[in-house]
Design a protein around this ligand. Sequence first.
Ligand code: ZN
Ligand code: ZN
Length: 448
Amino acid sequence: MAHRNTGAAPKTGRSKKSAKKPAARAVGPDMDSLGFQAMDSNVPGLSHVILQKLNMKSYDDYKSAMDGKKKGSDFGIRTYFDMFQKMEDTFKFCVECKKLPDALPDPKSLRRCKRCQNVYYCGVACQRANWPLHKKFCKKLKLVALDRLVEWLVFTGDIPFPTETWTKPVQDVKGWEDWFAMQGQLEEKLGAVLGGRYMTLLWANAGKPRPEEGELRESVKRLVTDFHSRPVTIGLGLRLFGIEPLAKPLTVHVVGASHVETLNTRATDYDELTRMFPGHQGMEVVMVGVDVVDGPIMRPPLAALGPRGRVYLSSYKGLYHDFWEGHVETQLAARPDLVVGFHPGFHACPDLLEGWLPTLLLLRDYRLPTLFTVYNEQELKASLQILAELETRVTGCAANPFASLRPEQVYSSPNKAPAYCSSHYIAFLGPAAAEAPRVGELEGDGGD
Ligand SMILES: [Zn+2]
Ligand SMILES: [Zn+2]
């Protein structure tokens, strides 16, 4: 149970990510803190409420909990009811006037929108004033609130359900609809999640009525796509660059990995890649980033090749260019066939770009096939512009057919279009002037 309880912790992490503060993707040690505090710019004091609800005194406590140094019980959570309440409490502020419960004469007067059961108001006046804007997002925010609760079943292990080896070639699977069509006995598998012990416990403790089975089923499906989106997007990257997993063992680096990729991540979480490429020669996925969290996949990258027909997850806590110098160049870790960055966020502000710059230049100058994902089209454009300024050769960019279908709200400012993880991708390879004779210089004599 202690382990399950930590399910409450990633909520704030995920919300933070959705808040478009690219804190979670940070490559410099101070960025995460900046992003966390930046929630206060929309709702003053919000980051303090989160710390308080988790019984933590400071951002450092929060951070060490995220790093896996605290057990669930240290959050002061004793029961399931407690856990769901504390999660919900972090969403309690008036979306119109931004007041937190403590700022109200009666903290209990905060009321939730009945339709979406997601946003709160300090009173009727604020609710009325907010409705013209909120009505545009209320329906979507209902799904957001539902998925936020059902996500707990990812931590209990009910989601995802066991998946099947892909029966179609990768290029013929055009998106999640095709993917679900390949899952035998899908209805039975969804039924097992819906009828499971934890789903029952969830609605007994969530403080919200259990939705209809149809709504719940769709929510479970969205969370299944959310879970598999990262490995399958890696598979998409391999296909885009014509890298053939059946021909040789592969190494993939996930650059800028954080607690979003690594908290509670199990060694089997990327096994969908094996279903995607049955008979592959072995794949290693190495999570590299300063915010990588301790856990089952915190084990050193392999110097030799990974086990044939299996996916091996490993981690390195630190900056990518340090990893490159200390491990790749010294052959302690294999050179990557593909580098993937989930929402690197370097477009967001000069500080983040500065943190990413050594990595971006390294990826460009060593001509590493790279795939980055972003949350929406706006971020896509901003990222493309930076890559153009850095004179990288962008080989493709588009909507990701394997984007997460789970909508996530902009945390402290919910009345906005929700974001979807890895909604778009950018593929790039080397410098814009592809014929420039750089590769020999860099790799040949080590630049001495
Ligand atoms: Zn208000
Ligand atoms: Zn609503």
